[in-house]
Write a protein that binds this ligand. Structure first.
Ligand code: FES
Length: 139
């Protein structure tokens, strides 16, 4: 009788684990395939301007790649592709230095995407950006 209870308990545990695994798998696939909430059918990305702190950056998914919007010290917003023009690594925003650093080979770019040093052969691609009623639109 006691063995039966253990078997039932183990069966319930394994069934629960299997169900949890299935749910996690389906959720992951859905999350990968589903469009991002803030990316419209036009491929434009919108978000509140308040998402970008002073001198800070916001990285976002943009048309299947990565873009970045930074707020320069002047307050101006700049949208760029975050893909390094050397070999395609994603650049990082260095808030304290106010420049972009590519972690792969040390390429550096100004806040406007102009190459400062390192191997990148050309600037980061500039992206269209508009701000209307506190909403930023990239693309
Ligand atoms: S990939 Fe960025 S410097 Fe090489």
């Amino acid at each position: 009788m006691q063995n039966t209870s253990r078997r039932k308990f183990l069966g319930l545990c394994l069934g629960g684990l299997g169900t949890a695994g299935t749910i996690a798998g389906v959720y992951s696939v859905f999350g990968y395939l589903a469009p991002h909430a803030n990316e419209g059918a036009s491929g434009k990305v919108t978000f509140p301007e308040t998402d970008i702190p002073a001198n800070g950056a916001k990285f976002l998914d943009f048309r299947g790649t990565t873009a970045v919007v930074i707020r320069k010290q002047s307050g101006e917003l700049v949208a760029l592709s975050a893909i390094c023009t050397h070999l395609g690594c994603i650049v990082q925003w260095e808030k304290d230095k106010q420049d972009f650093l590519c972690p792969c080979h040390g390429g550096r770019y100004t806040p406007d995407g102009v190459v400062i040093s390192g191997p990148p052969p050309k600037p980061l691609e500039k992206l269209a950006i508009t701000i209307t009623n506190g909403i930023v639109t990239v693309g």
